[in-house]
Design a protein around this ligand. Structure first.
Ligand SMILES: [Zn+2]
Length: 283
């Protein structure tokens, strides 16, 4: 009997799943029954409200503090950011371990030089940029998908590279149709989407109902992915329970390539990319 309520609950659930998503918003349709429920889990970790300028550029960056023996080079987060036109911007966009989040944008003109299309199944036919990944990530994704197939798991690559221009256009569409506040809540600001790195891919199974939904985590494909991705150099970038650190809701479908060694440490310890690099500050 509670059709109305459950419909509303569902709309809210859809919103919550999509809120703060760094991933491609499925469409704008779900916004038509817009809710003001946008604040909760993820935005609490969003410290950008005050537009605090980042730390000074690390021009006399301390040397010799590097104690990390488990990674080739492990700069602190402060060492890899500077303010450009008032925006805290990463200085190492081309690194495979670059951290892009709500406090750390990519340069607006950054385009990876080694974008390529991985030979994996996509759930669409169009030849569009979201098929692309950077070379090392593309090769790793092929290996991951190949192993999945051997294990009887069918995966699809839903959305990879997204250019600054595309993100900007998407964001502006939100602003135009929903207003500035709504846009800020529902869509990544251009430059701050990890998809612009060319190192992130949203993955799904065949089932449309769990595509880019948190319920994907409970599917055989989602469980397989969480268990196996690290061995191929990928992490689940926005884990459950880490919303205040990543600034994003749980996204069991969003894979981020960081390389095998780092991925295995991050996933086995259940930490985030941010935590991995924050640790080197205190060491
Ligand atoms: Zn994503």
């Amino acid at each position: 009997m509670n059709k109305k309520v459950s419909g509303l609950a569902m709309a809210t659930a859809v919103c919550m799943a999509t809120v703060m998503s760094g991933c491609e918003a499925p469409s704008l349709d779900f916004l038509s029954g817009k809710k003001e429920q946008v604040s909760q889990p993820a935005s609490s970790g969003d410290n950008t409200g005050a537009q605090t300028p980042a730390e000074e550029p690390a021009t006399g960056a301390p040397q010799g503090q590097d104690q990390g023996s488990n990674a080739p080079h492990k700069p602190t987060m402060e060492e890899t950011i500077r303010t450009v036109d008032g925006i805290p911007t990463v200085t190492n966009p081309e690194e495979l371990y670059v951290i892009v989040n709500k406090q750390r944008a990519l340069p607006s003109d950054y385009v990876p030089s080694d974008l390529t299309e991985p030979n994996v199944p996509f759930p669409f036919k169009d030849k569009v940029e979201k098929r692309l990944l950077r070379e090392p990530a593309a090769r790793a994704l092929e290996a991951l998908f190949s192993q999945a197939k051997q294990d009887g798991i069918e995966l699809y690559a839903v959305s990879g590279y997204r250019s600054y221009k595309t993100q900007k256009s998407l964001y502006e569409t939100y602003v135009r149709t929903q207003g500035e506040a709504h846009a800020a809540a529902f869509s990544a600001v251009p430059g701050k989407s990890e998809h612009q790195t060319g190192l992130a891919m949203d993955v799904s199974g065949l089932d449309q109902a769990t595509r880019l939904e948190q319920t994907f985590a409970d599917t055989p494909e989602g469980m397989w992915l969480a268990e196996k991705c690290a061995a191929f150099g990928f992490i689940i970038r926005y884990p459950k329970g880490k919303e205040d650190i990543t600034g994003y809701a749980y996204e069991p479908w969003h894979l981020r390539y960081v390389g095998k060694e780092m991925a295995e440490e991050i996933m086995s310890r259940g930490i985030t990319l941010e935590e991995y690099f924050q640790e080197s500050r205190s060491s």
